[in-house]
Design a protein around this ligand. Structure first.
Ligand code: KG4
Ligand code: ZN
Length: 335
């Protein structure tokens, strides 16, 4: 083995099948098969997701190994997302990873998907210094994480109902946009103006809530459509800009509060919603005002990917933190 391990990582917690090879702390490949089947249904259909993982996993792993130009025999460990996520999806990746580790006679490393989103900050430079705060915003989670070390982190704020990504996706459904709506709203918002305001949650501490915003948007749309049947079609860009602005304001307000309470000015964002251009710009503006050092992983490391699983596994390998062959997937798994 070189000074540092060569790891093949697999991620299959939701609807993307991904595989990545990491060698000496460097990502050599990060391959992803996205699933289109869910667009028809306006959300991820768990049964369809697991079936698609079964079809995609061997081609994606082969591609990751080929792009990295390594031999399977040179691997030191197989890393796998154990949770949180959809059980059927996790089972496909976990069973495959266990079999491959057994056949190559190398250890298995279990990775927490949410921890991996945070550790995506350690793939490229510049890297945050500990301790830092990470706003992890995805389709299933909204968390402010106090990151003390690579493998020691604490959730200091979370959503009490919907996740930020769900707020984008459910609004998209009301507007007749395809799933996932987050990137579509992001694109349309660029052509629109913030013309409409929606109810702001009044949640104490560092927790979030998005269900009130969703209801506020729904009643607003119903009222305006009654007055003007083509309201959505005519004002789509402005509606998207306004919704995005509301979600971003809620996220940034809590991040400022978390920074003030902890005194930490090293701030990162992670998860699918951190790809949002409005959030990224708002974070840059806030950083100037609040004197923050901010860290924005590149977009392909924000949405679900196996490179983040590989970097998390790298740090676990260095701690000799290996998993047993009898582990089962975890639909829920707190940090
Ligand atoms: O982290 P991720 O890829 O998967 C989960 O672990 O959930 O996050 C997916 C979420 C979806 O809700 C999607 O709409 C949202 O991230 N998303 C975005 C953008 N790109 C992805 N939301 C807003 N703006 C984007 N550019
Ligand atoms: Zn994710």
């Amino acid at each position: 083995m070189d000074k540092y391990p060569t790891i093949l990582a697999i991620e299959s917690s939701c609807d993307d099948t991904s595989a990545s090879v990491l060698k000496n702390g460097q990502i050599l490949s990060n391959c992803i098969a996205n699933q289109d089947a869910h667009q028809l249904y306006g959300g991820v259909v768990p049964e369809l997701a697991s079936r698609a993982h079964l079809e995609n996993i061997i081609p994606v792993v082969n591609q990751a190994v080929n792009v990295a130009k390594i031999e399977l025999e040179s691997l030191d460990a197989i890393a796998i997302t154990r949770g949180p996520g959809l059980l059927g999806s996790l089972i496909v990746g976990l069973s495959f990873a266990k079999s491959l580790a057994l056949s190559l006679n190398i250890p298995l490393i279990e990775v927490n998907h949410m921890q991996a989103h945070v550790l995506a900050h350690f793939i490229d430079d510049p890297k945050p210094k500990f301790p830092f705060l990470c706003l992890t915003v995805s389709g299933g989670h909204t968390q402010i994480v106090l990151v003390k070390d690579y493998l020691h982190m604490e959730v200091i704020g979370t959503t009490i109902d919907d996740a930020a990504g769900e707020a984008f996706d459910k609004t998209g459904k009301m507007l007749g946009l395809p799933y996932p709506a987050g990137p579509v709203i992001d694109k349309l918002a660029k052509e629109g103006d913030v013309k409409f305001q929606f109810a702001k949650p009044k949640i104490k501490d560092l927790d979030f809530s998005f269900s009130g915003l969703k209801t506020s948007i729904l009643y607003f749309l119903k009222k305006r459509i009654k007055e003007e049947p083509d309201f959505i079609k005519d004002q789509l860009n402005d509606i998207c800009a306004s919704v995005q602005n509301s979600i971003v304001e809620i996220l940034i307000a809590k991040l400022i509060k978390a920074s003030q309470e902890t005194g930490i000015k090293e701030i990162g964002i992670a998860g699918g919603v951190s790809a949002n251009s409005g959030l990224r710009k708002a974070l840059e503006r806030t950083a100037n005002k609040e004197n923050w050092n901010i860290y924005l992983p590149k977009v392909s490391y924000c949405t679900d990917n196996a490179a983040m699983i590989a970097i998390a596994a790298h740090y676990k390998f260095l701690e000799n933190d290996f998993a047993n062959q009898d582990i089962a997937p975890l639909a829920r798994w707190s940090l």
